[in-house]
Design a protein around this ligand. Structure first.
Ligand code: COA
Length: 320
């Protein structure tokens, strides 16, 4: 048995922030942001936290799957912007959904988090331990942006996406996960500084820092490598792949990956223009979008791939 994605759902906050809106609070403009990233607008949460958005996306995914919350065995919330250090956001989601039989925990792998999540749930299903799992990617990145750092804050945004996995004969065929901690400093958000009564320091939160060029170089190399590796492992031909669902970080990264893989750009659905980079949420939001547009047919082979802080990367070959 493997895990099959039987339901998807997504939720984004109502508040739309356009590039022109940003140009009113910092020295930037619509043309620069569109040219460099493909982003036109993004959603920013006014009041909703990560767990609330996660629960809304998860509720829709369960409805889509026709599954009740108490059938879930496991809930993984992939996030880097959890509302609290503890309890885990996944436990709050479990409570909000009424998923009383599910184990629940958060997973920190930045933008690769959703991929890591489905790899883990799939492994539990393959091992015969669990039958039904829920993986959510949800972020309120707006709260960890330095809104005076125009090179980074214009790219990131808030949102949530979710997928329900069920044990079946076909589904997720291969997954890979990777990390390179040596490159951690190129994309980071330093958490609480060590502060306690002995050293007299007050705990402080940091903001997101990114060396955009380094991340760009890494991504355009790593995405095609991941795709090649997963195809080689599965013995599948690239031309048999219907869709490449990539992490929505930057239109230019996706276009470069398509060129390197010698695949038509039409096989790479994108929604970065409307939502920006929502980190762990970007892949499940896009998956939900193409699912509900009727672009996924039973038996379609799709490759999901992403990369992010850590640095981390992951990919999966999925039979729909
Ligand atoms: N608006 C206007 N100008 C801006 C700007 C903004 N929002 N941000 C930076 N600039 C300026 C810079 O100050 C610089 O000006 P200078 O030449 O006078 O010094 C110029 O634009 C070019 O900056 P640079 O950083 O070299 O741009 P770039 O072509 O490398 O593009 C990124 C920057 C961030 C868009 C690009 O590096 C990128 O997409 N990296 C990958 C990021 C990513 O995917 N992260 C997610 C990981 S999950």
């Amino acid at each position: 048995m493997v895990g099959r994605i039987v339901g998807t759902g997504s939720y984004v906050p109502e508040h739309v922030v356009t590039n022109d809106d940003l140009s009113k609070i910092m020295d930037t403009n619509d043309e620069w942001i569109r040219d460099r990233s493909g982003i036109a607008e993004r959603r920013i949460s006014m009041d909703e936290g990560t767990s609330q958005m996660a629960a809304k996306a998860a509720g829709k995914a369960l409805e889509d799957a026709g599954m009740s919350a108490d059938e879930l065995d496991i809930i993984i919330l992939a996030t880097s912007t959890q509302d609290n250090l503890f309890p885990a956001g996944a436990c709050e989601v479990q409570e909000m959904l009424g998923a009383v039989n599910a184990a629940a925990f958060d997973l920190s792998a930045a933008c690769s988090g959703f991929l890591f999540g489905i790899s883990i749930v799939n492994a539990f299903i393959q091992a015969g331990i669990y039958q039904n799992g829920l993986v959510i990617g949800a972020e309120t990145l707006s709260k960890v942006m330095d809104w005076s750092d125009r090179s980074t804050c214009v790219l990131f945004a808030d949102g949530a996406g979710a997928a329900v996995l069920k044990a079946d004969e076909t589904g997720i065929r291969h997954t890979l996960m990777g990390a390179d901690g040596k490159k951690g400093s190129v994309l980071s958000c330093v958490g609480r500084t060590n502060g306690n009564f002995l050293n007299g320091r007050t705990p402080e939160f940091g903001y997101t820092y990114m060396d955009g060029r380094e991340v760009f170089k890494f991504a355009v190399k790593k995405i095609p490598e991941c795709v090649d590796e997963i195809l080689e492992e599965s013995g599948e031909s690239i031309d048999e792949v219907r869709w490449f669902v990539l992490h929505q970080a930057n239109r230019r990264i996706i276009e470069a990956a398509a060129r390197r893989l010698k695949q038509p750009i039409e096989k790479f659905p994108m929604n970065i223009e409307t939502y920006g980079n929502t980190s762990s949420a970007s892949i499940p939001i896009l998956l939900d979008e193409i699912n509900h547009k009727g672009m996924l047919k039973r038996g379609d082979k799709i490759i999901i791939a992403g990369f992010g802080a850590g640095l981390t990367w992951g990919a999966a070959l999925v039979e729909w």
